[in-house]
Design a protein around this ligand. Structure first.
Ligand code: NAD
Length: 454
C-alpha cells in the first residue's frame, strides 16, 4: 500500500495513515461519478434540495467531532474550527435553495423566442489547500451538487480528514452513491491526473498562484472550465481618523488568524503617518497578548503552523533587524512561529512583497490617500483588503480604486456565503460563493423556438 501519514502540527506526531488513491482507482471513481451524475441531474429539484439540507443538518449535528478533527489536523484553534464547521453547514443550507432557483431567461427574437437553461457541467474536479479544508471544500461541493454535477474532491494530502468525514456524512443522509468522491494523494501525481482527465469537465482549484498557473496551462489541453482561487498579499489602509483600537485589535483575526495561513491575511498594513505611533503602541499590546498554544484549549487564539517546512519558510522572510515586536510560543514539539510585526520595512522587501502564509505583518507608513492606494495596488495579487476610516466618501473612493476582489470598510471580513469571493490579477479567475458560484458550475444552453409556423 502506498501510504500517506497525516501529521498533527501541534505535536509533530502521526494522526492517521491513509491509503493513496491509485491512478487506476481514480479512473474508476470518475466513471462511477459520471453514472451517478446522470441520475442526479434528472432528480427533482426538491429532492436535491432536501438532500443538501439534510447534509447541512448532519454537519451541524457533528460539529464537535468535525471541529476536533479540523483543529488537530490543521492546528486551528478549536473555537475557530467550530466556526469553520458551522460555516460549512451554512454553505450547504444556502445552496440547498438553489436547485429550485436555477433560472434561465426568455429572450424575444425575430420569428420566435429563445430560452436559456443552466445545465450541469458533468463531473467536476475540486482541488483544495491545507489551510481551511472543510470550509473551502464546502464552498465548492455545495454549489457543484446543487447545480446537478458530480464531484471528485482531492483535498490537500496534509489535511484530508474532515473532507473524508464529510463524504461519509453525505452518504449517511442519502446522497447517491458515487456523487461525492474524495481521492487521496499528492498534487504532483494524483492532482495532475485529475486536471488532465478527459472526463472531468471543470477544475475548481484553491491553492498557490504557481500551481494555479500550471493548472490553467494543463486545463487548456482539454478546454476545461477553471475557477482559480490563488494567493494574496492583501493590504489594510488605516487612516488617522479611523477607530485605531478596532483596526489594531482586529489584526488578531486578520493577520494572525489560522497562524497567518490565510489567503486573505492583511499582511501589509499601511498606516497614515500622523497615527503611526499610536497604532504601533496598540499593535504592540495586541501582539504580546495573543495566546499561542494547544489548538484544543478554549483560550487559544493561535496554533502552530502546518509543518516544519512552513516554519522554515516563514522564518526565511524575517530579517531580525526589522522586527518591531514578537509574541511568544510554547516550547517543545510542534511547528511554532510567533506572531511577528515588522517595522520599519520597505515596500519592496521580500516580507512586504511576497505571500508569506504565516503570522507576520509589515507596518508601512503613508502620507496621502493617493499614495496609499498606489502602494497597496503595487502587487501582482488582488485578493482582499480593508479600509479603515470614519470618512464615508473616502472609504468608497478608496474602495473603487483598490485592485482587489474582496474589500471591507472598517472591518477585516472577507467572506460571506451570499456574496461573491475571489481575486483580481494573479489572485485568481472566477468567483466562489453567492449566486456567482452556481453560475460557475453550469453551462448556459440556449434553445430557439420558432413560433412563426402556423
Ligand atoms: P498548493 O498550491 O501547494 O496546493 C493546493 C492543492 O493543489 C493541494 O491539494 C495540492 O495537493 C494540489 N496540487 C499541488 N500541485 C498540483 C499540481 N501540479 N496539479 C494539481 N494539483 C496540485 O497550496 P497550499 O500550500 O496547499 O495552500 C496555500 C496556498 O493556497 C496559498 O498560496 C494561499 O494563498 C492559497 N489559498 C487561496 C485561497 C483563495 O481563496 N484565494 C484560499 C486558501 C488558500
Amino acid at each position: 500500500m502506498n501510504a500517506i501519514n497525516v501529521i498533527e502540527p501541534a505535536t509533530g506526531q502521526v494522526l492517521e495513515t491513509l491509503e493513496q488513491t491509485t491512478e487506476a482507482e481514480l479512473d474508476l471513481v470518475i466513471a462511477r461519478a459520471a453514472k451517478a451524475q446522470n441520475q442526479w441531474s434528472t432528480e427533482s429539484p426538491q429532492r436535491r434540495a432536501q438532500t443538501l439540507l439534510a447534509l447541512a443538518d448532519a454537519i451541524e449535528r457533528h460539529c464537535e467531532e468535525l471541529a476536533h478533527l479540523e483543529a488537530r489536523n490543521v492546528g486551528m484553534p478549536i473555537s475557530d474550527a467550530r466556526g469553520a464547521v458551522s460555516g460549512a453547514a451554512t454553505t450547504f443550507r444556502y445552496y440547498s435553495a438553489s436547485p429550485e432557483r436555477l433560472l434561465g431567461q426568455t429572450i424575444p427574437v425575430d420569428g420566435g423566442i429563445d430560452m436559456t437553461f443552466r445545465e450541469p457541467i458533468g463531473v467536476v474536479g475540486l482541488i483544495t489547500p491545507w489551510n481551511y479544508p472543510l470550509t473551502i471544500a464546502s464552498w465548492k461541493i455545495a454549489p457543484a451538487l446543487a447545480a446537478g454535477n458530480a464531484v471528485v474532491l482531492k483535498p490537500s494530502e496534509m489535511t484530508p480528514l474532515t473532507s473524508l468525514r464529510l463524504a461519509e456524512l453525505a452518504a449517511e443522509v442519502g446522497l447517491p452513491d458515487g456523487l461525492l468522491n474524495v481521492v487521496i494523494g499528492p498534487g504532483s501525481s494524483l492532482g495532475r491526473k485529475l486536471v488532465d482527465h478527459p472526463s472531468i469537465g471543470k477544475i475548481a482549484f484553491t491553492g498557490s498562484t504557481s500551481v494555479g498557473k500550471e493548472i490553467a496551462r494543463r486545463a487548456a489541453d482539454t478546454v476545461k472550465r477553471v475557477t482559480l482561487e490563488l494567493g494574496g498579499k492583501s493590504a489594510a489602509l488605516v487612516f488617522a481618523d479611523a477607530d485605531l483600537d478596532a483596526a489594531a485589535e482586529g489584526l488578531v483575526g486578520a493577520v494572525f488568524g489560522n497562524s497567518g495561513q490565510d489567503c486573505c491575511a492583511r499582511s501589509r498594513v499601511f498606516v497614515q503617518r500622523s497615527a503611526l505611533d499610536a497604532f504601533l503602541t496598540k499593535v504592540h499590546d495586541v501582539v504580546t497578548s495573543i495566546a499561542v498554544g494547544d489548538p484544543l484549549l478554549e483560550s487559544t487564539q493561535m496554533g502552530p503552523l502546518i509543518s516544519a517546512g512552513q516554519v522554515e519558510r516563514v522564518a526565511s522572510f524575517v530579517d531580525d533587524a526589522s522586527v518591531f515586536v514578537r509574541g511568544s510560543i510554547p516550547s517543545g514539539a510542534g511547528y511554532w512561529y510567533p506572531p511577528t510585526v515588522l517595522y520599519p520595512i520597505q515596500d519592496d522587501a521580500p516580507a512586504a512583497r511576497e505571500e508569506i502564509f504565516g503570522p507576520v505583518v509589515s507596518i508601512l507608513p503613508f502620507d496621502s490617500e493617493d499614495e496609499a492606494v498606489a502602494r497597496a495596488n503595487n502587487t501582482v495579487y488582488g485578493l482582499a483588503g480593508s479600509i479603515w476610516t470614519s470618512d464615508a466618501a473616502r472609504s468608497l473612493r478608496v474602495a473603487r480604486s483598490m485592485e482587489a476582489g474582496a474589500l471591507a470598510v472598517n472591518s477585516y471580513t472577507s467572506v460571506r456565503v451570499s456574496t461573491p469571493f475571489g481575486g483580481f490579477k494573479q489572485s485568481g479567475i472566477g468567483r466562489e460563493l453567492g449566486p456567482d458560484a452556481l453560475d460557475a458550475y453550469t453551462e448556459v444552453k440556449n434553445v430557439y423556438f420558432d413560433t412563426s409556423i402556423r
